[in-house]
Design a protein around this ligand. Structure first.
Ligand SMILES: NC(=O)c1ccc[n+]([C@@H]2O[C@H](COP(=O)([O-])OP(=O)(O)OC[C@H]3O[C@@H](n4cnc5c(N)ncnc54)[C@H](O)[C@@H]3O)[C@@H](O)[C@H]2O)c1
Length: 321
């Protein structure tokens, strides 16, 4: 996909560099912005685009159709609001902010200016998530009774203001909200500093969505990187791997044990081997899909209600939306 939209990326760190690569392929990338001149200038040179150390310069000096913000969460409120005030559609990396009040201010600015803000909850663009949502909607698993999510790995290289709840857990919280089309009515959290006295490095959530139980495990102290979702419905059980983009569905095949001579048999279910189905779908780069979607929204002047991002933030911080 290539649009003629003029774009800029603010923040050229780990995530920003991925945005820059995709914006350079899919739009007319005009400028990149980073406080770190050395890093910013070398990346601007690589892509043959302008470099600014201060994002406010792009409002004065460039005519930009859309901007992507991939700076640390503590900067999101100020940068996003300034872009929206300048009537520039924004793709904002998740979390919308680390602070609920800041997130609400950003959303108020969206409403005030009626400008597009897409918060980059990247897993919504993962083909495995899109497919499992379709299968759930078609009731292929029957009524959902429980979801278990696991998102664990080692310590990130750079932590800055990242916190495990708004950095890792927020992904699965948003995906469960999306899959169930609702918010939880009960939240229990357990966050601990295990190996680092200054930093919470594991967080678990037990969430109730009416009668559906959800357990989310996140940690920065695991040797293996795992990103999985297990969804139990009364007709089947799905295993979703976010990284490998695979879905396996195990369908129940049980019938009542019938032995006319025994009343006990009425209580028994006879289980055969579950029917295992490996679901076919095309694997795609989620960030590319997210950015393409954003650019399509910019072209079509689509406005999105970003309240999903505030809800995910509130739950990550242990508050009911
Ligand atoms: N969707 C995902 O899976 C995912 C993964 C990693 C990070 N992220 C998000 O991306 C964002 C950035 O994270 P990162 O890991 O790239 O961080 P990073 O520290 O690697 O990069 C941030 C960059 O922003 C620059 N910066 C800071 N303040 C700035 C300002 N006011 N103006 C311009 N530049 C500024 C820094 O100099 C740095 O280069 C965060 O919101 C993070 O949560 C999302």
């Amino acid at each position: 996909m290539r649009t003629g939209l003029k774009t800029a990326v603010i923040g050229a760190g780990k995530m920003g560099q991925k945005h820059i690569r995709i914006f350079a392929e899919s739009s007319k990338l005009i400028a990149i912005v980073d406080l770190n001149k050395k890093v910013g200038q070398s990346i601007a040179k690589k892509y043959n685009v302008k470099f600014y150390a201060n994002y406010a310069e792009i409002f004065k000096k460039e005519k930009i159709d859309a901007v992507s913000i991939a700076t640390p969460p503590c900067t999101h409120e100020q940068i996003a609001i300034d872009c929206l005030k300048n009537r520039i559609p924004v793709l904002l990396e998740k979390p919308i902010s680390n602070i609920i009040q800041s997130a609400i201010k950003i959303v108020n600015e969206v409403k005030k200016n009626n400008i597009l803000l897409l918060v980059g909850h990247i897993e919504r663009f993962n083909p495995a998530v899109i497919k499992i949502k379709e299968l759930i909607n078609k009731e292929k698993l029957g009524k959902i009774i429980c979801i278990v999510a696991k998102r664990v790995g080692g310590f990130p290289n750079k932590i800055q203001d990242a916190s495990i709840d708004t950095d890792l857990a927020i992904h699965d919280i948003d995906i469960v909200n999306y899959l169930l089309d609702s918010n939880p009515n009960k939240i229990i959290t357990n966050k601990k500093k295990n190996l680092n006295v200054n930093q919470v490095d594991s967080a678990e959530y037990f969430l109730l969505y009416k009668d559906i139980s959800v357990f989310i495990q996140t940690s920065w102290i695991s040797s293996e990187k795992i990103r999985r979702l297990e969804i139990t419905g009364i007709r089947g059980y799905a295993e979703v791997d976010y990284i490998n983009q695979t879905i396996v569905i195990n369908r129940n095949s049980y019938k009542k044990y019938s032995d006319k001579n025994s009343t006990f048999s009425d209580y028994m279910l006879r289980f055969a081997n579950p029917i295992k189905t490996y679901i076919n779908f095309v694997k795609k780069e989620p960030l590319k899909e997210e950015i393409y979607y954003f650019l399509k929204c910019v072209k079509n002047k689509t406005i999105i209600n970003p309240s999903y991002a505030v809800n995910a933030l509130k739950i990550a911080l242990g508050k009911l939306p």
